[in-house]
Design a protein around this ligand. Structure first.
Ligand SMILES: CCCCC/C=C\C/C=C\C/C=C/C(=O)SCCNC(=O)CCNC(=O)[C@H](O)C(C)(C)COP(=O)(O)OP(=O)(O)OC[C@H]1O[C@@H](n2cnc3c(N)ncnc32)[C@H](O)[C@@H]1OP(=O)(O)O
Length: 238
């Protein structure tokens, strides 16, 4: 990802990510490493400006493109690794969680689904991804708190798989993971992957319109708009 300053996921970046994932699948990609050009941020998550005082049609397109991107990434037949070389809150954490393996550069960055702290709610499929990685108990604790994990904490709870000392080390560890996968029969590998992920995928696939409506209704609430405005001001003041 290369959208300075913080790879916030706006409509344009989501379209680019989705189209890339579609292309990779078509071209029978052997493996993908998702990382960031920024030296300190993997992705700041959803672009708050897409949710603040939104145009209804654009907000719908934004949300359905996010759903498309997630579905493509989560169900990709080829192996995927997140080389998390910076902070990774909320939607950034979702992208990392949707890969098969996570290597994160330590020690100073943080990762987690922090939505509760912003006065918004992580959608059920964000929650499912966290639950699938760290289990029901730890996911409930983390999501109710909107907890951002340090790299050490993330490793301990199973949110990431390995710690790297810098980006080059993260890429090298990600390549090791991909090398290990490359010797396997591709169809067997991808069938097992999709079998593990099917229930989570189907939950969104069967409820896409309801999920979109929930998002649009939620961001139309004055209280939510107020919370987003205050949060943007805090970020700008910083
Ligand atoms: C029951 C109903 C359920 C229905 C669900 C409905 C609604 C919920 C929907 C979705 C869930 C939401 C998911 C999200 O992803 S929300 C976004 C969450 N992201 C964050 O909280 C991160 C905020 N950013 C930071 O913490 C920091 O910026 C950083 C990533 C740690 C980087 O810090 P750094 O010091 O390097 O940079 P700055 O803070 O100075 O930021 C630079 C610049 O970028 C702007 N910016 C940062 N993050 C965002 C963002 N997410 N969106 C838009 N803009 C962002 C920041 O304001 C600065 O701008 P400036 O103009 O001042 O340069």
């Amino acid at each position: 990802m290369q959208k300075p300053p913080v790879n916030s996921l706006n409509l344009d970046l989501l379209v680019a990510l989705r189209d890339t994932l579609v292309k990779l699948e078509k071209e029978k990609c052997k493996g993908m490493i998702l990382t960031s050009e920024s030296p300190s941020v993997f992705s700041a998550g959803l672009d708050i400006m897409e949710m603040y005082r939104p145009d209804h049609n654009r907000a719908r397109k934004f949300w359905t493109t996010l759903q498309d991107t997630w579905i493509k990434l989560y169900s990709s037949p080829y192996p995927t690794v997140a080389a998390i070389n910076g902070h990774s809150p909320a939607g950034g954490c979702l992208l990392a969680l949707s890969c098969e393996y996570r290597v994160m550069v330590g020690p100073k960055f943080t990762i987690g689904l922090n939505e509760t702290q912003l006065g918004i709610v992580a959608p059920f499929w964000f929650q499912d991804c966290m639950r699938n990685a760290i289990g029901e108990r730890q996911a409930e604790l983390a999501l109710t708190l909107g907890k951002m994990f340090s790299v050490d904490e993330a490793l301990k709870v199973g949110l990431i798989d390995e710690i790297a000392k810098d980006k080059a080390d993260a890429i090298s560890k990600a390549e090791d993971f991909l090398d290990e996968q490359s010797g396997l029969p591709a169809l067997a590998r991808s069938t097992v992957k999709v079998a593990f992920r099917e229930a989570t995928l189907n939950r969104l696939l069967k409820n896409r319109e309801a999920d979109t409506k929930m998002f649009l209704d939620f961001i139309s609430m004055p209280k939510v708009q107020q919370a987003l405005e205050m949060y943007m001001q805090t970020l700008k003041k910083k």
